[in-house]
Design a protein around this ligand. Structure first.
Ligand code: GCB
Length: 593
């Protein structure tokens, strides 16, 4: 009997908790009427995870003479939202655990309107409590989510508590160790979004994969309501259609026009697209471009292209913290522009929407990936489900960004059946939403075959990708097996190949022997770049390069006390924002490519 009872109870609780899973966010939150909840929030550090048990989310105050509560949100620690907590106080630099965030807010409640709480990202897992009730949970530090609070919110004095935890776990994504800082907190914007009762929940408007004159459009309402009118309009192209929803509350159509000016890095043209229903309207700048692969080439708008890419983390090195604002995006992207890039590999997770949208405006193609970094437990079904969900959240958020050319499904994974099944699941998840982009993954298995005197790679999985990418640290983690001018590659023949990482560390301002790795000097880093650029001439199917990395970045992996001191020094630009010698070499390479 007892067993039955506990079974029923646990079923009951899992039912309740499954209802608490936060919703995938509506399209284009940044284009909606929203009230910001950014700013100073109260905070409580909960090292031993006692807050939930003590129900501190109730934020109770002593009322009678016998009442007391051993906590209070007011008059304590204050943290900025958005921002990681690590950079806000020396004591929190290494903090991994739980911090409670709390704040009050008022709303104007309107008839026939719905209210949603929107979080652009919370790192890494969280529980949300409104007016003393737990209303949602979310896992994954780099994708957005929303919670409807139409009924739960009051006009005045709402108390919102967020329990944020960033402890590393074996079944998490990323898992126990990764080469970047484990920033915790409410790291991106928080909004209250107001919508009509029936609103435009999602849309997907992009140029056909191969046709230059055909725009495909799909719109989905928040309710499965047939026979509702939806109008899609692109005024500048004088295109407009009004359609009726099907039983799913969806419309699907195409527009034909010979006037479409296609988006490209040299001419990042965007069009205003308007979608409206009887009650709702939304608009967004959307660009149109074709991207496909044929043989060993990548074609953008029908022309073969070489990808002059660079990677950066979502981090402002000078502030030693996460990037979160429009101004941060401008800083990071301006440096990529200065280097002469036409593409960014957003490493190693979906970065904030300011970066993605600004990159599109500035003319960068994008590679975006979820943090399937070394150490993921491919055998764990729940990790696989989680990864699929992250993938959906990422693709859903950015599918209308024409700059997005590549969905990255993994970084440096080793061949195995569970890995293959895991990545196949991600590819299928991606394709279920979007069949237009190219799918890629970064591998690191390339080795030198002595008999053939060539670099080769044995991982049949590459055939399942549109574009193959390789991270290869010749001159750093691996010494040169042949001289760079004899370093011929025979990898992923018949497919385009991107060198998705290469590089080595240098402490800015350090001079040293130009052929001694352990000098950690800018001079050696420059030699390393020179050698790699020489090798690139001998990779016949090379269609892009992405040095690792634009800026020095903080990482607990990096133990050397003087040369690293907690920083990965592979940046072409130092933590203080100064360009190292190798930067100029890379710049010259890109300018002449
Ligand atoms: C890699 C990883 C990247 C690391 C880099 C390094 O292969 O993909 O995240 O930061 O190497 O510096 O070791």
């Amino acid at each position: 009997k007892l067993i039955n009872l506990s079974l029923i109870l646990s079923l009951f609780f899992s039912l309740i908790t499954s209802n608490l899973v936060a919703q995938q966010n509506m399209a284009n939150v940044y284009g909606r009427r929203a009230q910001s909840l950014n700013g100073k929030w109260d905070a409580i550090v909960d090292l031993y995870d006692q807050g939930r048990k003590n129900q501190i989310y109730l934020n109770k105050k002593a009322e009678s003479k016998t009442d007391f509560y051993e906590y209070a949100f007011e008059n304590g620690l204050r943290l900025n939202v958005p921002s990681d907590w690590n950079s806000q106080m020396p004591e929190l630099k290494y903090y991994e655990g739980t911090i409670w965030y709390g704040r009050k807010f008022d709303v104007v409640k309107e008839n026939n309107k719905r209210l949603f709480l929107y979080f652009a990202a919370v790192s890494y897992r969280c529980r949300i409590y409104l007016n003393g009730q737990e209303i949602a949970q979310h896992e994954g530090g780099f994708t957005p989510f929303q919670i409807e609070i139409t009924d739960a919110a009051k006009e005045n004095d709402n108390f919102l508590a967020v329990e944020v935890n960033n402890s590393r776990q074996v079944d998490a994504i990323p898992a126990m160790a990764f080469d970047w800082w484990n920033y915790g907190g409410i790291t991106r914007d928080v909004f209250l979004v107001s919508t009509p009762k029936v609103f435009i929940d999602d849309y997907f408007v992009q140029l056909d994969k191969t046709k230059a004159d055909k725009i495909n459009a799909k719109v989905k309402l928040s309710e499965t309501m047939a026979n509702s009118s939806v109008t899609i309009e692109i005024p500048e192209l004088q295109l407009k259609q009004t359609l009726k929803t099907d039983a799913q509350g969806e419309v699907k159509t195409s527009f034909l026009s010979r006037e479409i000016k296609r988006w490209s890095p040299t001419s990042p043209k965007l069009y205003n697209v308007k979608i409206s229903t009887r009650d709702d309207q939304i608009e967004e700048e959307i660009g149109f471009r074709n991207i496909w692969v044929k043989g060993e080439d990548i074609f953008l708008n029908g022309e073969a292209i070489f990808l002059k890419s660079i990677s950066f983390h979502e981090e402002i090195p000078q502030r030693r913290g996460r990037a979160f604002s429009q101004a941060d995006a401008v800083m990071l992207l301006s440096e990529a522009k200065a280097l002469g890039c036409n593409m960014i590999r957003l490493a190693h997770y979906p970065q904030n929407e300011y970066i993605v949208r600004m990159a599109e405006k500035m003319g960068f193609l994008l590679w975006e990936e979820i943090p399937i970094w070394q150490g993921i437990n491919f055998e764990n079904e729940s990790t696989k489900e989680k990864a699929g969900k992250m993938m959906r959240e990422m693709v859903a958020r950015d599918k209308n960004r024409c700059a997005l050319a590549f969905w990255g499904v993994a970084n440096e994974t080793q061949p195995s059946e569970p890995r293959n099944a895991f990545i196949r699941h991600l590819i299928a998840t991606c394709r279920a939403i979007d069949t237009t982009r190219l799918i890629t993954a970064a591998f690191d298995l390339v080795r030198f075959n002595k008999e053939k005197e060539t670099f080769v790679m044995d991982d049949p999985f590459t055939k399942e990708l549109d574009v193959v990418a390789v991270n290869k640290y010749l001159g750093w983690y691996h010494s040169w097996p042949v001289s760079p001018d004899k370093a011929v590659w025979d990898v992923a023949k018949g497919q385009p190949l991107i060198i998705s990482e290469f590089g080595g560390e240098a402490l800015y301002g350090k001079t040293g022997e130009k052929d001694v790795v352990s000098s950690w000097s800018e001079d050696y880093q420059e030699t390393l770049y020179k050698n790699n650029l020489e090798m690139f001439k001998h990779i016949p199917n090379l269609r892009g390069t992405s040095p690792w990395v634009l800026f020095d970045f903080r990482s607990p992996f990096r133990f050397h006390p003087t040369n690293q001191d907690g920083w990965n020094r592979k940046g072409l630009i130092s933590d203080q924002g100064y360009r190292k010698k190798a930067w100029f070499l890379m710049k010259h390479y890109y300018d002449n490519k």
